[in-house]
Ligand binder design. Structure first.
Ligand SMILES: Nc1ncnc2c1ncn2[C@@H]1O[C@H](COP(=O)(O)OP(=O)(O)O)[C@@H](O)[C@H]1O
Ligand code: SF4
Ligand SMILES: [Mg+2]
Length: 442
């Protein structure tokens, strides 16, 4: 029979006065290793803004979901919280204490309070160590339960608390002898044995069999209540976020684009990206199934993020101030060329210059589109033809003029404005989109 968890061996988090975690204007940049050739070919600036100005608070005991496509910066934000990557700017406070810039010697004692559960439980466990040893080593490193007997009892308590009961059956097992779900339980046992307050769970169920996913989430939910845990739950699986989270933050290219209570996000999504993500979720009931509809285009390169609103190239509702750029013109032409006969493609694509020579930005509100072969009048005609063929294309709302200028076509553009995350009155939700707040060109 499972032993009753010993309260002294699995202590509950002490109540916090204010928010447990406060994040202000957090930035994490990574340097890219680009060589001279890549730069000449129009490569990126050499840095990725993986986390790009995030503000967030976590109340004690809440589950905040962090949702977004791959590459949106979710893991980097989680890792920054635990001091596993160094922020390039901003502040993270845990119970009021600043973590950014804290020397490792002062961070070390806090580590056991801030724990992480990763996607791959197998990679999180040392294959040559029994699970009992893995947990007891973690306790030893943090100087917890110094006596051998007490430590073994603490290990057993943690194992039984996560459902690996009776502990005697699991304590001497190697990871290879456990199923995926059991391994993830062992990883969770190792984390809770240290008496954490915040658990960053980074896609903790996405590598597990369908049949055990709900059980592991159920376990995390129980531990939240019993141990007073606070979670940052990172996922690209909206269904599990809906089930598990109190609030959800939607991330796109290093920024939070919408955040609010789970019911508001799912029942009344406001940001066009949130709406697109929700439309893309396959309905479990096939009779009600809607077509998968992801935002058009690929998620852009984070090292070369679009100007204005970073979502504008994919946004079905984008309009004049959303930040139109010459590369959006290129995208529109490339879309056109996917549906024209080969000889028309050959003739038209010869008119425009390739790669970085395609356009030059003259100012935030004007750009030159450079011709290759042919006259600039032919290039202008191509652009006019495309506008006439698809006037509903959002790009054209931002183009106020096109005329020949020397060997190029000069575009006049609406001044771009960057949206900021701001509250939508009376909803508990904040959104970063010009549809909700007056655009202010910089
Ligand atoms: N150590 C690193 N070095 C360079 N770039 C990185 C590193 N870690 C993440 N990135 C980049 O940062 C961006 C965000 O990545 P990540 O936080 O892993 O996103 P997510 O977890 O949402 O998939 C991506 O463009 C990724 O390529
Ligand atoms: S500001 Fe809003 S409408 Fe404009 S591109 Fe961004 S998400 Fe779309
Ligand atoms: Mg990730």
């Amino acid at each position: 029979m499972p032993t009753k968890p010993d309260a002294t061996l699995l202590p509950k988090a002490a109540p916090a006065d204010g928010p447990l975690i406060e994040i202000d204007d957090l930035h994490v940049q990574f340097a890219l290793r680009t060589n001279a050739v890549a730069r000449l070919l129009g490569g990126s600036s050499g840095t990725v803004n993986a986390v790009d100005g995030i503000n967030l608070q976590l109340a004690q005991g809440e589950v905040l979901g962090l949702v977004g496509e791959s590459g949106s910066g979710k893991s980097t934000l989680g890792r920054a919280l635990l001091g596993l990557v160094r922020p390039t700017g901003g502040s993270i406070r845990y119970r009021g204490q600043e973590l950014v810039g804290l020397p490792e010697s002062q961070f070390r004692p806090l580590r056991r309070k801030l724990q992480m559960v990763f996607q791959d439980p197998h990679a999180s466990l040392n294959p040559s160590m029994t699970v009992g040893r893995a947990i007891s080593d973690a306790l030893r490193i943090h100087g917890l339960h110094p006596g051998t007997d007490q430590r073994r009892q603490a290990v057993a308590t943690a194992l039984e608390r996560v459902g690996l009961a009776p502990a005697g059956r699991f304590i001497d097992k190697y990871p290879a002898e456990l199923s995926g779900g059991q391994k993830q339980r062992a990883v969770i046992a190792r984390a809770i044995a240290l008496g954490p307050e915040l658990l960053v769970a980074d896609e903790p169920i996405s590598m597990l069999d369908m049949s055990v996913r709900a059980k592991i989430l159920g376990l995390l939910e129980e531990l939240r209540h019993d141990l007073g845990l606070t979670y940052l739950y990172i996922t690209h699986d909206l269904a599990s976020a809906r089930f598990f989270c109190d609030r959800v933050a939607i991330m796109y290219l290093g920024k939070i684009v919408e955040i609010g209570p789970v019911a508001e996000i799912f029942d009344n999504p406001r940001h066009p990206y949130t709406q697109a993500l929700l439309r893309a979720v396959p309905d479990p009931d096939p009779s009600r199934s809607v077509p998968r509809e992801l935002p058009r285009g690929e998620i852009p390169d984070a090292a070369d993020a679009p100007g204005g609103c970073p979502f504008h190239p994919r946004c079905p509702e984008a309009f004049a101030p959303c930040g139109w750029e010459p590369r959006d013109v290129r995208m529109v032409l490339e879309q056109r060329w996917t549906s024209v006969p080969p000889d028309q493609y050959a003739a038209e694509s010869r008119l425009v210059a390739d790669g970085p020579k395609f356009a030059t930005r003259v100012s935030p509100t004007s750009a030159l589109i450079h011709g290759a072969s042919g006259s600039p009048n032919e290039l202008l005609q191509l652009l006019e033809d495309e506008r006439a063929a698809r006037p509903e294309e959002p790009l054209w709302t931002g183009v106020t003029g096109m005329q020949v200028s020397g060997r190029a076509v000069r575009l006049e553009l609406v001044p771009p404005a960057v949206p900021h995350l701001q509250p939508v009155e009376g909803s508990g939700v904040s959104v970063s989109c010009h549809l909700f707040h007056e655009p202010h060109p910089e």
